[in-house]
Ligand binder design. Structure first.
Ligand SMILES: Cc1cc2nc3c(=O)[nH]c(=O)nc-3n(C[C@H](O)[C@H](O)[C@H](O)COP(=O)(O)O)c2cc1C
Length: 225
């Protein structure tokens, strides 16, 4: 069964998507800082990043911020150091995350060398490309390996694949059927105002909500330990 919220739900008013985790929100959450660290060459993946952040920020007790990676300033590293969770995002270019994202990943080796500076932060990932597949999975694997090298804790999607039965709809959550992270597809001839479609933006918001909830639980558990 697939949880399917109303089509064209405005993201500005996003509520946590009612997946299994969302039904189990903590009663007295602390504050979880969720950073969405992303690159977008032409704006399409930026729309997906905004949806991820909206989903995370809609969870009570969580705050979400967008961290564009175009310029790797000290401020970028400070904001990521302060975050409890980092959600990586990039368009899939030639079957892997964009070169700008890869430059960020390589530069993050300084954090890695400093006693695994991102150890035990929650991590997740999302990607967007023009083809239904387009080898997006490889980009998500790249993010997950990056997170593993940093000693982070990876969180995937908890949504059964949508749009995969004869009665299913393109509006289903997770229509592209990814478990490792959120995928979006943008028709090549559409501007970022029109793509990716709302169905993929809702899936992105669901990933953001799930990461925020898991992060709150993680922080609460760390306090108890
Ligand atoms: C250099 C380059 C390589 C691309 N490689 C792929 C690819 O491997 N698979 C795919 O489906 N789309 C590919 N695309 C299409 C982009 O993923 C797609 O246009 C995406 O929406 C761009 O996102 P952005 O606007 O955030 O940059 C490529 C585009 C560029 C510019």
């Amino acid at each position: 069964m697939t949880a399917t919220p109303p089509a064209h739900q405005p993201l500005a008013d996003a509520q946590p998507v009612q997946t299994h985790s969302a039904q189990l929100q903590p009663v007295q959450p602390g504050t979880a800082r969720i950073a969405v660290a992303y690159h977008s060459g032409y704006g399409h993946t930026a729309r997906q990043a905004e949806a991820v952040a909206a989903g995370a920020g809609a969870v009570r007790g969580a705050t979400a911020e967008l961290v564009p990676l175009d310029e790797l300033t000290d401020d970028i590293w400070d904001r990521l150091a302060a975050a409890d969770a980092i959600i990586f995002g990039a368009p899939t270019y030639m079957g892997s995350p964009s070169a700008v994202f890869k430059a960020f990943a390589e530069a993050s080796s300084d954090v890695w060398a400093n006693n695994l500076g991102w150890r035990d932060k929650i991590a997740a990932g999302f990607t967007n490309s023009k083809a239904m597949s387009g080898d997006k999975f490889n980009s998500l694997v790249d993010f997950a390996v990056l997170a593993a090298q940093h000693g982070m804790i990876w969180v995937g999607l908890d949504i059964y694949p949508g749009w995969a039965e004869s009665t299913a709809s393109i509006e289903d959550l997770n229509r592209l059927g990814s478990w490792l992270g959120a995928m979006a597809q943008s028709d090549a001839d559409l501007s970022a105002e029109k793509a990716p479609p709302e169905t993929d933006l809702r899936t992105a918001a669901a990933l953001g909500s799930r990461v925020a909830i898991v992060t709150l639980r993680h922080l609460r558990g760390a306090l108890a330990a």
